[in-house]
Design a protein around this ligand. Structure first.
Ligand SMILES: Cc1cc2nc3c(=O)[nH]c(=O)nc-3n(C[C@H](O)[C@H](O)[C@H](O)COP(=O)(O)O)c2cc1C
Length: 390
């Protein structure tokens, strides 16, 4: 038992961090520039965009869960750069094109998808909602969006698969225990995952101040993620700072699934990856939660796309909150776009229905952006539809 004065101090700190003045300005990401302040929605029907869903999540979640979602690393420059990069591009809309029918469909690794919007892997979702990834799967299935399930999910990949019908990929964290990696790959294959994305941006853990603060004052934000790791004989070690490019050959030898690397941000690494025969790349800085490089993923995208020379699909994530954001990345050569926090806001505020709502908002915003630009298929969206801000 902590002494009474320590306990009181802890409660005071939690109270202070709950206040919008302190928790909000110091730790939450800033609202998009120029956006009119809309009221916090009172019901799911009232949510008009991702920013309103964020407000609803903020109201619904306890501070540790809120900070688990919104935190970036260090001074959050990378997190903010991800958002700011969209402002540097403007859309050159074309007129008098028949846009009465718009098709947002695409094919990835032989799998037909209705939309280029993918749910990025996020671990420990029971921190955010009691039903965690199972509710997320239900939301993704309601809209038929591809879900990438995290290694450190609260539920196992088999349980997630059984919770819905959405297309499913597995996100793999490395481990110095290759037997554990094999165990995870088998589970992903048995669950029918169509691809595996190895996360390569985490040789160590990002310095996320809000999370560290709450770990001190209020303990862990929620239940430990055990889904895929439960039942593994031996303590599961996640993360391998010794991992190098040899891992691709190891993956090739240990799974027949298409392999993507999640976290590639330079032309050099894109070239090495393609030479090693990876099947796809995800341009990602983990939503600004890992390295504090200051580089936005949208700024990294063109060099990665150029280096691949069309030899494998390139996906991207980091800061996507509007249909126009998706449009800009597609115009710069991305094949698809993943979002993390937007659907976690939906999950935190309204469970699986909130997840589906966020997907439907972003889908309809993308269709609107395509109609305004005069583009009716994803293939038609190219760099001629963009200009750099003068
Ligand atoms: C709460 C949270 C948990 C995450 N967990 C994982 C994870 O387990 N594995 C992983 O590869 N990426 C993880 N990510 C990163 C996301 O997959 C994605 O790269 C990032 O959220 C995209 O940025 P956005 O949140 O601005 O959309 C996580 C992100 C968040 C916000």
């Amino acid at each position: 038992m902590p002494p009474a004065n320590l306990d009181a101090r802890r409660r005071l700190l939690v109270f202070l961090l709950q206040s919008p003045l302190i928790g909000g300005t110091v730790l939450a990401s800033r609202p998009a520039a120029g956006r009119p302040g809309l009221a916090v929605p009172q019901a799911l029907d009232e949510v008009l965009d991702v920013f309103q869903m964020k407000s609803a999540a903020r109201r619904a979640l306890e501070p540790p869960a809120w900070h688990f979602i919104v935190n970036g690393a260090d001074d959050q420059q990378t997190l903010e750069a991800n958002r700011r990069a969209f402002d540097e591009w403007q859309i050159r809309v074309r007129r008098l094109v028949d846009v009465s029918r718009v098709d947002t469909g695409l094919t990835l690794f032989g799998q037909r998808l209705d939309s280029p919007l993918i749910l990025a892997p996020a671990g420990a979702q029971q921190t955010v909602h009691a039903e965690g990834e199972l509710a997320t799967m239900r939301g993704a299935s309601a809209r038929n969006h591809l879900l990438m399930a995290s290694t450190i999910s609260s539920s196992s990949i088999g349980e997630i698969r059984a919770a819905g019908t959405a297309p499913l990929w597995f996100q793999l964290y490395p481990s110095p225990d290759r037997e554990l990696m094999r165990h995870l790959l088998r589970a992903a294959e048995n669950a029918g995952c169509a691809a595996v994305a190895l996360t390569v941006d985490s040789p160590t853990r990002g310095n996320r101040m809000g999370e560290r603060w709450f770990a001190r004052v209020a303990g862990r934000p929620g239940p430990a993620p055990m889904g895929n790791l439960a039942g593994y004989p031996g303590p599961p070690r996640i993360g391998d700072p010794a991992m190098t490019w040899d891992i691709i050959d190891w993956l090739r030898a240990n799974t027949g699934l298409p392999v993507l690397l999640k976290g590639i941000v330079t032309r050099e690494d894109a070239q090495l990856a393609v030479r090693r025969g990876v099947d796809g790349l995800i341009v990602s800085n983990h939503g600004g939660r890992q390295e504090e490089s200051g580089r936005a993923t949208l700024d990294c995208l063109p060099e990665v796309v150029a280096a691949t020379r069309g030899r494998c699909p390139v996906l991207i994530d980091g800061g996507f909150r509007r249909g126009t954001d998706l449009f800009k990345a597609l115009a710069l050569g991305a094949d698809a776009v993943c979002v993390g926090r937007p659907y976690l806001y939906g999950l935190g505020a309204y469970g699986g229905d909130g997840v589906a709502k966020v997907l439907s908002i972003l889908d309809s915003e993308l269709v609107r952006a395509m109609q305004f630009a005069g583009t009716t298929t994803l293939g038609a969206i190219g760099s001629r539809y963009l200009q750099r801000r003068a």
